[in-house]
Design a protein around this ligand. Structure first.
Ligand code: BDP
Length: 679
């Protein structure tokens, strides 16, 4: 081809959109910045400037007025709320009591533009479900990310404070667009170094960049910081020298970052130091920090993820440690509780702490990063999992006392309500490794704002903004997303099975794993208990009695094999292989069918996706296609490993109408994953 021909081909491609760089870096914010909207505001501030700019460059409708109002209605709606009214043709007003409310309103308007074709009258009134909507980064100061599957940390500590990555601002924008208003920058397994003067200078730079987007910075702190950083003899929370150390440190932080959010603390858990090292309680530790943060309106998020190597059922331990402390925490402490009682398993019942700690503010911790759901290789849309959690009925205040209502201020009133999601963000060009993992970041923000949204609505919005509005694409791909979590549960751990992962890395199956000397609750056998007579963890009143931590009548439902939901059967019961399931199959057969269904579902995802080739750009299409191949391969690996292994106990045939195993158990047992290929 000569130059002219090349030029023509190039121009044609540009106009057809086929050369558009679609590497996923723009996330769901792909609107062209070519609009020239008329936008006016009755106030000026860095946040309002962002709102005006976003609308000016992207809004294609009638003029927009941004109005800060201090009227009663807006005050009652709360700080981040906004009202959008008007007509896309004639003119639109966004009103709020706060600058950030206007920015959220602006993103709402743009979302409507990008997802709907409707040009009608607008009357929107929005208030967030939770006051604080936070990402938790498990990012280490050396640039690695614990349980991160999208490359190194986006925080380039070695370059800061002098050099500023353009990603910080893009990060702020993406989060603000979905209502996230706080971020914990570093890993809960916290290095004390984050509190040194050098690091605080770096943190300040990030805080300054995030501020106009309404995002506050928080830090994870190591409870032994006074001892490690300043050589104090210990870090006893009742020691006045230790208390003074924290007060000084907190003063130093607020001089640099006047709107600093507060601390996240993992204490006396998995080897982290904590108040119990000094014979003190979690409340003693949390309150000491809370008192020092109080003058600055800072908060402490104290994690309830604790368990010890004792003979006690691990699922019971957080409840046992925290219930006696209910009511003993200061009002600027929030206890941060993982959704389930164990640890972000593919499916768990909700943690019994929700609804049970009535005098302490609790915040849910969800895991956006797919530590236990195929890393960034498997396509798993998590909104359905989180919806199940939010809607679970705790019965703590009668029927309808959902987990959402126990935490969002509906049932119990505390000074603030909050929710956190463990981020899945890294340096990868598409931020999250898998293009579809972006949907989980998006869904977390949307549900933290409004847990009443359906998974369907969220997937719909995200697909339209991220890929295309073409129904021929949106409808089948949405279906795939909505089925994907159920599929993962099926091919990994159906019927309430849990924690049967390979040693340490939590990617593939190793239900047989046995390492002499290792604490039992780190090994799969502890959880599945497979034997010739049956399988499952007996948590009934006759077993570990974890059921009794749930409120009546849930306790009785879970306790009785006849009423226990089958999706959680092996979580609560040790069940004979020939136990009749509701559909008439034996437990063994049902287990086989569930695993097989999971595999078939992923094969179906491949078929759906392959039909989508012409609707989207080639790069993202091929990227997802190749990940789906790994996904399908892994689903078969899971199915064969679990069924062949459990068959050694059940002694029963795998029903003849389902796909036959492709592997030998002995070969599967030899697989030792080189994690470098999966990070
Ligand atoms: C587990 C992770 C571990 C975390 C821990 C936590 O495997 O990396 O440090 O949770 O939440 O899920 O503290």
């Amino acid at each position: 081809m000569n130059r002219t021909v090349l030029y023509i081909v190039f121009s044609l491609c540009i106009s057809a959109g086929c050369l558009k760089a679609e590497d996923g870096s723009r996330l769901w914010l792909r609107a062209e910045m070519t609009a020239q909207a008329q936008v006016k505001a009755n106030r000026e501030s860095p946040t309002i400037t962002v709102a005006v700019e976003e609308l000016k460059t992207q809004w294609k409708g009638a003029p927009v007025q941004l109005h800060i109002h201090r009227n009663k209605k807006l005050r009652n709606l709360g700080k981040d709320s906004y009202i959008i009214s008007g007509d896309k043709q004639a003119g639109i007003t966004i009103q709020s009591g706060s600058d950030i409310g206007l920015l959220y309103g602006a993103y709402h308007l743009l979302r409507l533009q990008e997802t709907q074709n409707d040009n009608g009258v607008l009357q929107v009134e929005e208030s967030p479900a939770y006051d604080l909507r936070l990402l938790n980064h498990w990012d280490n100061l050396n640039g690695t990310v614990e349980r991160g599957y999208a490359g190194y940390s986006i925080w380039k500590w070695d370059e800061l404070p002098a050099k500023i990555s353009p990603r910080y601002k893009e990060y702020a924008r993406a989060n603000a667009s979905i209502g996230i208003n706080g971020t914990v920058l570093n890993n809960v397994n916290a290095s004390p170094d984050i509190l040194t003067e050098d690091y605080l200078q770096k943190v300040k730079v990030i805080a300054d960049i995030l501020r106009p987007y309404g995002i506050k910075v928080y830090l994870s702190v190591n409870f032994s910081s006074p001892k490690i950083l300043s050589g104090l003899s210990g870090s006893d929370p009742l020691d006045t020298g230790v208390q003074r150390w924290w007060r000084n440190k907190i003063g130093e932080i607020y001089r640099l970052i006047p709107d600093f959010g507060g601390f996240l603390v993992k204490a006396n858990s998995e080897g982290q130091p904590g108040p119990q090292d000094y014979g003190r309680t979690h409340a003693d530790g949390a309150n000491m920090l809370a008192d020092a943060l109080k003058p600055y309106v800072g908060i402490v998020m104290w994690r309830a993820f604790v368990y010890n190597p004792t003979p006690e059922d691990r699922a019971k331990q957080a409840y046992q440690e925290f219930i006696p402390l209910d009511g003993k925490f200061r009002d600027n402490v929030i206890v941060q509780v993982k959704n389930g009682p164990i640890d972000f398993q593919p499916r768990e019942p909700f943690s019994p702490l929700f609804g049970a700690m009535k005098h302490t503010a609790l915040m849910p911790e969800l895991q956006i990063t797919q530590e236990y759901l195929g890393f960034s290789n498997h396509l798993v849309f998590l909104a359905p999992q989180w919806k199940e959690f939010f809607e679970s009925d705790t019965y703590c205040n009668g029927k309808g006392s959902t987990v959402a209502k126990t935490t969002d201020g509906t049932l119990f009133s505390h000074p603030v309500s909050a929710i956190a999601g463990v981020a899945n963000i890294g340096q990868d060009i598409n931020w999250c490794g898998h293009h579809f993992a972006q949907a989980n970041w998006y869904a977390f923000g949307r549900l933290a704002w409004d847990h009443g949204l359906t998974a369907d609505e969220i997937a719909d919005e995200w697909l339209r903004m991220t890929f295309t509005r073409d129904e021929a694409f949106v409808t089948p791909v949405k279906e795939m997303m909505l089925d994907s979590w159920g599929a993962a549960v099926n091919y990994m751990m159906p019927l309430g099975l849990h924690h049967i992962f390979a040693w340490d890395h939590h990617y593939g199956p190793e239900p047989w794993c046995d390492i002499p000397g290792v604490r039992p609750d780190w090994l799969p056998r502890y959880y599945h208990n497979a034997g010739e007579e049956g399988i499952g963890f007996d948590r009934t009143t006759g077993g570990s009695d974890a059921v009794s931590q749930y409120h009546a009548p849930l306790k009785e439902y879970f306790n009785d094999i006849a009423t226990c939901p089958e999706d959680l059967l092996l979580w609560f019961h040790h069940v004979p292989w020939d136990h009749p399931m509701k559909n008439g199959r034996t437990l063994w057969d049902e287990l086989c069918y569930r695993y097989d269904t999971g595999v078939q579902q992923v094969r179906e995802f491949q078929k759906i996706w392959d039909r989508m080739e012409n609707y989207i750009d080639g790069d993202r299409f091929r990227h997802v296609q190749s990940r789906l191949k790994i996904h399908a391969h892994d689903a078969v690996w899971w199915k064969d490993a679990c069924l062949l292994y459990f068959q050694t106990y059940s002694g029963r045939p795998i029903p003849y109408d389902i796909e036959r195993p492709m592997h030998e158990l002995d070969d599967l047992k030899k697989i030792k994953l080189d994690l470098r290929h999966h990070n």
